[in-house]
Design a protein around this ligand. Structure first.
Ligand code: AMP
Ligand code: GLY
Length: 424
């Protein structure tokens, strides 16, 4: 098969690394990719939202399957674009159509979907300019901290958690009437704060059946001890010790099955990954959010733990034959440590040379923000390289990741040295 992966992060390098091992693969293309994906296949310099250029590429290279990494092209309707095109309509796209991607694209929609389908989640109400005053009254009924969420996509920045009621009211007004997060915050979801420990569960579905992938925990803040600004994710661990079999069974019964059945009942033919952000509240799962894609850096620990042929699974998703596949998981623990550019998630430099990647031993260096310039690998984003390792314990896995992050070198490198520590 000829496969095209869309995206350019660590998630896409992990997908490319895994798919490159498939016996069913002929040629692998990644658009636009990074210096790491170039080691697994051929990068093509096309943006993920340039649907016409993607169409030409798919046609020219005889692509048999397209795997979409990030949410943007899904929310923008790349799957619908393929289905509406005579040339492309029979080529499977892994990732939902617009009607499924809206689970991530609109928090108001996803909350309504959860309530309609009895998926446990925080109580909430949505507000716009028309009922802003009611928003203030609703806030008064909640106890702090207050959770405000821009309805639309806001590059992971659209959630505010505030301890002060007056501030929460001010921010609600700023989000709605001053477009604090642009058009994304014209509608705002205000919800109850959930207590507990957070984790992510990933599901692959063909619209009929599903496979539950390994769970993972992400480290979102820039600083050690989970302090400081939010990032895309500074590291991940899979599996998650507090998500034992009994908890995952509850997640399956209370969240996964009602979600899949809800999609079917509502006529949403969903083929792709569902990323379920969950709170474990004293052993009870509550959904924080859905995403219509895999997580990054969670993919860098989840995908290496899949022993089965990922391309075979994706092909089965396209053919709605996922229930006929076998699905095997490596029982070892995987950790990843994200190396970022100094200054991230605020201002940071790009174009600094990365050296000593050849010294990495016993770990996999998944490239995130990198590119090749004149035969050199240079930094090209805030998150630079995710160093993934296996171990029989979190301590063993993460110590391998750290010994390799120490070797990889570039100007102002930074990474959290406490990944996994809270779980040991
Ligand atoms: P989101 O953009 O929806 O992933 O939200 C960002 C982060 O805010 C989540 O990963 C949680 O850590 C936190 N969060 C979101 N909603 C809630 C909630 N209702 N209660 C507690 N924390 C929340
Ligand atoms: N690591 C969180 C995300 O991919 O959204």
């Amino acid at each position: 098969m000829n496969v095209l992966i869309l995206g350019s992060g660590g998630r896409e390098h992990a997908f490319a690394w895994k798919i490159a091992q498939s016996k069913n693969l002929e040629n692998l293309y990644i658009a636009p990719g990074n210096a790491g994906t170039a080691l697994c296949g051929t990068n093509v310099n096309i943006g993920v939202n340039d649907f016409d250029a993607i169409k030409n590429l798919v046609w020219e290279k005889g692509i048999d399957l397209v795997l979409v990494g990030p949410e943007d092209p899904l929310v923008n309707g790349i799957h619908d674009y393929f289905l509406a095109d005579d040339v492309l309509k029979d080529i499977p796209v892994i990732g939902p159509k617009k009607d499924g991607a809206i689970l991530e694209g609109s928090k108001d929609f996803s909350k309504q979907f959860m309530i309609r389908n009895n998926v446990p989640t925080a109580q909430y109400k949505s507000f716009t300019e028309a009922n802003l005053e009611e928003g203030y009254i609703f806030l008064e009924t909640l106890s702090p901290p207050y959770v405000l969420k821009a309805d639309g996509l806001a590059a992971g920045k659209g959630v505010l958690i505030l301890s002060d009621l007056a501030e929460a009211k001010r921010e609600l007004k700023a989000m709605i009437t001053e477009a604090k997060f642009g058009a994304a915050s014209a509608t705002v979801v205000v919800e109850e704060y959930l207590h507990g420990i957070e984790l992510s569960v990933f599901v692959l579905t063909d619209g009929k059946s599903y496979k539950i992938l390994p769970a993972a925990k992400d480290y979102k803040r820039i600083g050690e001890g989970d302090k400081g600004l939010n990032t895309g994710g500074m590291g991940a661990v899979s599996p998650v010790p507090f998500a034992d079999d009994a908890f995952i069974k509850k997640v399956e019964e209370q969240v996964v099955i009602p979600t899949i059945n809800g999609l079917i009942k509502e006529g949403i033919d969903y083929r792709g990954f569902i990323f379920i952000g969950l709170m474990n509240d004293k052993g009870e799962p509550k959904v924080i959010e859905y995403n219509c894609r895999m997580g990054d850096p969670e993919t860098e620990v989840v995908v290496p733990r899949i022993k089965s042929d990922l391309l075979e699974l994706l092909k089965a998703v396209g053919e709605q034959k996922l229930n006929q596949t076998t699905f095997e998981i490596d029982s070892r623990i995987a950790t990843t440590v994200m190396m970022v550019a100094g200054g991230y998630p605020e201002e940071y430099a790009k174009g600094d040379e990365i050296t000593n990647l050849n010294l990495v031993e016993g770990s996999i260096a998944f490239h995130a923000g990198t590119k090749e310039v004149d035969g050199k690998v240079v930094t090209n984003g805030g998150r630079v390289i995710a160093v993934t390792s296996f171990g029989n314990s979190i301590a063993e896995a993460v110590s391998k990741s750290f010994s390799n992050t120490e070797k990889i070198s570039y100007k102002n490198k930074y990474y959290r040295k406490d990944i996994g520590k809270d779980l040991m």
